[in-house]
Design a protein around this ligand. Structure first.
Ligand SMILES: Nc1nc2c(ncn2[C@@H]2O[C@H](COP(=O)(O)OP(=O)(O)OP(=O)(O)O)[C@@H](O)[C@H]2O)c(=O)[nH]1
Ligand SMILES: [Mg+2]
Length: 443
């Protein structure tokens, strides 16, 4: 029988058929079940030649869809001259093997398609290594089928076939490569930790949300830059970008863009993107960008919330930004979402609507965290002066008789360091903070 070639796990330029098992309780919002898979396939560079769905109580353990449906799929592949089949769920190695046997086409599952997109879009060294590691982790248990054809070259009873020997070699090579990549990622991560420690006095805001919600557009709009990559495609951004966001004349925050989330995000990918998602983990505030013009916005918001929980951001303060209000139609979904997240801000990142409101909300939170101090320091105490400039925002300073007086705003957590650097003749006077209302809910 024709053996499909599986050593290339890519779908670029291929004609593909989309296949979905429709399981009870799986919500696609108002979207047709395979619409998102179609966008994924197209983002990966494939051409969609057909779709096939089957309602099932559960996934068929042998062939994903039922045997009869699998045969129908083979006929469709033949009729449409398709090279590959993309399944909307993740498949076990055995399910892929069985389905490939029936359809005589290459079968890729949802994770493989997402990994393929990430592989082609990764730009920074970190993103590239993260994706390759995730791919190898995903591939390792699935290697068997790539070499199974060699086993038919006459292995006798009790001897190991050439396929199996090749497989062992491959496993060793891959395992070694994975160890090397993990070390490299750890190096990059520790460099980033040092970088972020250097910015520890800053208020950090991170844009999170479903892929294509408009995070990068918002980053550009808020920071007056144009360098974050925006595209009407899934997973336009794979690298974190951080920009300074001038909130007003004396307040600023660091604003980061992150990789978008998607339902059933491959678990290996979440694990390897941990370093990239650290921007979110370390943030003082998350802005959850939700595309309220999307029919499935309610579910997308829920998926994002779940991913945040998975990466350990469940308790972070969150500001919900309802984006694309310029094109959003009033729908039941959007109304329900608005009712469930009453503290949201309505914006259009593209047109700039509502951004002043968003900025005011963030400013409020930044100010809430800061304490005003008056510091009197002897001009010889260079250490305290340097610390003040590093950790606090100095609002005014004057000097008289070798004594410098500074008015500054500082985060309470830096006060012990300042006090530690103060000499006997220096004074740090902390002014009571004005009462402020909470401006953000919890993730
Ligand atoms: N109409 C409208 N379109 C918007 C708005 N904000 C973003 N878009 C469009 O939505 C698409 C996706 O925008 P991006 O900023 O790349 O979205 P993202 O959330 O960064 O996407 P990923 O990086 O893939 O996760 C682009 O075509 C944008 O022009 C908006 O307020 N209104
Ligand atoms: Mg983006």
């Amino acid at each position: 029988m024709h053996e499909p070639k599986r050593d290339e796990l890519t779908v670029r330029q291929e004609r593909v058929i989309l296949v979905g098992a429709l399981l009870p309780g799986e919500d696609h919002g108002g979207e047709a079940p395979l619409d998102e898979l179609q966008r994924l396939a197209e983002t990966a560079g494939a051409r969609v030649a057909g779709r096939l769905t089957q309602k099932l109580p559960h996934i068929d353990p042998r062939t994903y869809i039922g045997q009869g449906k699998a045969e129908e799929l083979r006929d469709l592949c033949l009729a449409e001259n398709a090279d590959a089949v993309l399944c909307d769920h993740d498949l076990s190695p055995a399910q892929v093997r069985n389905l490939e046997r029936v359809t005589e086409a290459k079968v890729l599952d949802r994770s493989e398609v997402i990994l393929d997109i990430f592989a082609t879009r990764a730009k920074s060294r970190q993103a590239k290594v993260q994706v390759e590691l995730a791919q190898l982790e995903y591939t390792l248990p699935r290697l068997t089928r790539m070499w199974s054809h060699l086993d038919r070259l006459g292995a006798g009873i009790g001897t190991r076939g050439p396929g199996e020997r090749q497989l062992e070699t491959d496993r060793r090579v891959i395992t070694r490569r994975m160890a090397h990549m993990r070390r490299e990622l750890a190096d990059i991560a520790s460099r980033k930790v040092r970088e972020s420690a250097a910015r520890s006095g800053e208020f950090r805001v991170c844009l999170v949300g479903y892929t294509n919600a408009g995070k990068s557009t918002l980053l550009n709009a808020l920071t007056g830059t144009n360098d974050a990559f925006v595209e009407d495609r899934l997973f336009a951004t794979l690298d974190t970008k951080t920009r300074t966001w001038e909130l007003d004349g004396s307040h600023r925050a660091l604003l980061s863009d992150t990789v978008g989330f998607i339902r059933r995000l491959p678990h290996h990918l979440v694990a390897s993107f941990h370093a990239t998602l650290e921007e979110a983990i370390d943030a003082d505030l998350l802005i959850h960008v939700i595309d309220v013009s999307h029919r499935d916005c309610m579910h997308q918001a829920e998926v994002a919330r779940q991913v945040l929980e998975e990466i350990g951001c469940g308790g972070h303060p969150v500001l919900n930004a309802f984006n694309k209000c310029d094109v959003a139609l009033p729908t039941v979904e959007a109304d329900l979402l608005a009712a469930s997240l009453p503290d949201h801000v309505r914006i259009s990142a593209l047109r700039g609507d509502g951004l002043a409101d968003l900025r005011a909300r963030v400013l409020h939170l930044v100010a809430q965290r800061e304490t005003r101090v008056t510091v009197r320091v002897h001009c010889g105490n260079g250490r305290l002066l340097a610390l003040l400039h590093e950790l606090a925002s100095v609002l005014a300073s004057s000097s008289e008789n070798e004594q410098v007086t500074l008015e500054a705003r500082v985060e309470p957590r830096h006060l012990p360091a300042l006090r530690g650097a103060a000499g006997p003749s220096d004074a740090i006077i902390v002014h009571p903070a004005a009462p402020l209302h909470a401006a953000a809910g919890k993730a």
